[in-house]
Ligand binder design. Structure first.
Ligand code: NAP
Length: 255
């Protein structure tokens, strides 16, 4: 029960890594607020946790909406008397090289992936600064190295990586007991990857998969649980001396 007594909010909690993280934190005793733009999937995940004896509450939330962030954090504080952990996990991952990305597509990726993480972190810092907490921003290997077929996405994940350090240093300098860290998954078998590959032509998808698997020293894609265990560690007090750091979980891909 490493998360006993803690309240954790996970965005994009209805699928993939977010879903596994909700389950893992709940198994360790956290009360989990499962938010997603897809309320049905948030309800499915929360129901499964509650049916297994855990504590979860589903909420509709679009991370791009500023007023919704303020309202959500207020609601959580009222309902659960505090917020200890925020996992900024929701993201979109469309493909597109520098040549074939429109400005609208570029902006929509930055809006969800970067602005969403910024607003969530800002509101959580305000809510946590008296008692402390842990904020975990989900970046990617592609926030450290470039991916030619995902220009806007790689950019957004690089922004999350450095934003996390700026926020972590601010909290430390102000004397808040808030830690802010980023997680960098490699290729994890989730619905996002399946749908990204589905957008590609057959040849492109085959080349993409071959290139990815050939580059993973451990020879397999990751599972959502592999990343959820890292998120659990950063959420718990076991990582109490970590802030502004990057946790890479990728089977050795960028090593
Ligand atoms: P996923 O299965 O697509 O789950 C993401 C969830 O976020 C979905 O339920 C999605 O809803 C939701 N979402 C999308 N836009 C939203 C918005 N504006 N507001 C709130 N929720 C929104 O993705 P995943 O693969 O688990 O990825 C989770 C995180 O890990 C992301 O930050 C991703 O970039 C990162 N990551 C993943 C991999 C990987 O290989 N899977 C690798 C590196 C990093 P809809 O399904 O309705 O859109």
């Amino acid at each position: 029960m490493r998360m006993s007594g803690k309240v954790a909010l996970i965005t994009g909690g209805g699928s993939g890594i977010g879903e596994a993280s909700c389950q893992r934190l709940a198994q360790e005793g956290a009360t989990v607020i499962v938010t997603d733009i897809n309320l049905d999937s948030a309800e499915r995940v929360a129901d499964a946790i509650n049916n297994e004896g855990g504590q979860a509450c589903p909420k509709y939330h679009d991370v791009t909406k500023e007023k919704a962030w303020v309202a959500l954090i207020d609601e959580v504080i009222d309902q659960f008397a505090g917020l200890d952990v925020l996992v900024n996990n929701a993201a979109i991952a469309p493909t597109g090289s520098v040549e074939d990305t429109s400005l609208d597509d570029w902006r929509s990726v930055q809006q969800v992936n970067v602005e969403g993480v910024f607003m969530g972190t800002r509101e959580a810092v305000k809510a946590m600064k008296e008692k402390g907490g842990s904020i975990i921003n989900i970046s990617s290997d592609l926030g450290i190295i470039g991916e030619p077929t995902m220009a806007a996405y790689s950019t957004s994940k690089g922004a999350i990586r450095v934003f996390t350090k700026a926020a972590a240093l601010h909290c430390a300098r102000e004397g808040y007991a808030i830690r802010v860290n980023s997680v960098h998954p490699g290729f994890i078998d989730t619905p996002a990857v399946t749908s990204t590959v589905a957008e590609m032509s057959e040849d492109m998808a085959k080349a993409f998969r071959e290139r990815i698997l050939a580059g993973i020293p451990m020879g397999r894609m990751g599972r959502p649980l592999d990343v959820a265990n890292g998120i659990l560690f950063l959420s718990s007090d076991e990582s109490s001396y970590m802030t502004g750091s990057e946790l890479v979980i990728d089977g050795g891909f960028i090593a």
